[in-house]
Design a protein around this ligand. Structure first.
Ligand SMILES: NC(=O)c1ccc[n+]([C@@H]2O[C@H](COP(=O)([O-])OP(=O)(O)OC[C@H]3O[C@@H](n4cnc5c(N)ncnc54)[C@H](O)[C@@H]3O)[C@@H](O)[C@H]2O)c1
Length: 379
């Protein structure tokens, strides 16, 4: 079977945790070339995934006529310009979120995409998470969402400490803005944001189709709290999806009460890290919690110190524990494989496109403006 030929620019964190392993097992894609400025990283990933070519200048990759599409996973300062260049070179693009820091920069991609007539799929992979696909199906069979609550929380206080203000809303909450538009099939009408401290915020959104939503965004939780939870009220029933692994339904006829999806879970309804649980039972979870608090105490004592590494946790797990954020299926593989399939078949992809990336950037920017002015921002 023919596969779409991909190149990849940027082989750092998300590439190594998701895009490289995923493209090596995708049904519709094959990875021909990787590109990174760091030669040692390039050599490592080329050998690990048996990739035919590795280059340090992305222009070499873009000049290769065999390559149909490129994954751009550098950082938000380069993602928009690289996407524009790739489109001009006649490539389809799968580009990581956020496309850029401002809506104005994202607009350059929207314009280039329109001109090139190629696909741009933005890495809002949650649209392909199996638990969310099922939740959307159930909710829309009952009249669609009327009221949504989303919590996204993690230990950002630690890893994001030295980032510029607003990094978290632009980088992390952008995912949630996109998934709310996807769940509602609607665009936002207004947004209001209040914060108790930097990166601890609440948002109130009204959508054009009448749905309302709230988002709790906190960067101050410890790593044993499940990162994400969504609750949706539809016409008569509701669903709750906990950390992409459990979907509970309420009030729907002829519907299972509970749907489970692979990932880390705890039998006592609190979700945590299956790997650790399997490894050491409750003791392992206790250790995880203890390490989190101790690391936090150490980190708060000093300022500007480099991030503490995971050595202690890794040692405890004998180096076998992947990052817990990637132990659930948030749709990364399905998103990129779907783009590849559409390249081969000529169908229009269901991925978030450049215009969706622009909406998300506008919502981040409006949320920041609302928090700063204390006003509701209308779109
Ligand atoms: N969708 C998700 O779930 C998810 C998760 C994590 C990160 N991300 C996004 O992915 C992007 C990358 O994040 P990361 O954590 O992997 O970053 P990273 O810093 O770990 O990796 C970026 C890599 O790009 C390389 N690079 C930068 N400029 C380059 C250039 N001009 N040519 C070639 N290589 C270049 C760097 O050397 C580095 O290896 C960010 O936008 C981030 O927000 C998405």
């Amino acid at each position: 079977m023919r596969k779409a030929v991909f190149g990849m620019i940027g082989t750092g964190g998300i590439a190594q945790s998701q895009h490289l392993p995923n493209l090596s097992r995708a049904r519709h894609a094959t990875l021909k070339t990787v590109c990174d400025l760091r030669e040692e990283v390039l050599k490592k990933v080329q050998a690990q995934y048996r990739i035919p070519e590795a280059v340090t200048d992305y222009r070499t990759m873009l000049a290769d006529p065999e390559i149909d599409a490129v994954v751009v996973a550098t950082r938000e300062d380069m993602q928009a310009p690289l996407t524009v260049e790739a489109l001009k070179a006649g490539k389809h693009v799968y580009v990581e979120k956020p496309l850029a820091n401002t809506p104005e920069e994202v607009e350059t991609v929207v314009a280039a995409q329109r001109q090139a007539g190629k696909h741009v799929s933005v890495g809002f992979n949650r649209r392909f998470a199996p638990a969310y696909v099922k939740a959307k199906e159930l909710v829309h069979a009952d009249g669609g969402p009327k009221n949504i609550h989303y919590r996204i929380s993690d230990e950002y206080w630690r890893w994001g400490k030295n980032y510029p203000p607003n990094t978290r809303v632009i980088h992390e909450v952008c995912h949630i803005f996109d998934i709310l538009r996807w769940f509602t099939d609607s665009d936002p009408q207004s947004i209001y944001c209040v914060g108790s401290r930097p990166d601890d915020e609440a948002y109130v959104l009204k959508f054009k189709n009448g749905c309302v939503a709230t988002i709790m965004n906190s960067g101050y939780c410890t790593m044993d709290l499940p990162k994400e939870r969504i609750e949706i009220v539809s016409n008569l029933g509701s669903v709750i999806v906990e950390e992409f692994v459990e979907l509970r339904t309420y009030g729907y006829k002829n519907c299972d009460w509970i749907h489970r999806f692979p990932g880390h879970s705890h039998p006592d309804r609190e979700f945590t890290h299956k790997f650790l649980l399997g490894l050491g039972g409750a003791e392992a979870l206790y250790q995880l919690r203890r390490m989190g608090w101790e690391q936090r105490a150490r980190f708060e004592k000093t300022d500007g110190e480099p991030e503490p590494d995971r050595a202690e946790l890794q040692a405890y797990c004998s180096g076998r524990c992947p990052h817990w954020n990637y132990m659930v299926d948030k749709g990364w593989l399905a998103a990129v494989d779907h783009l590849a399939e559409c390249i081969l078949t000529g169908q229009a992809p269901r991925n978030a496109c450049a215009a969706d990336g622009l909406w998300s950037a506008k919502m981040s920017s409006a949320a920041i403006s609302s928090r700063e002015t204390g006003r509701v921002v209308e779109f």
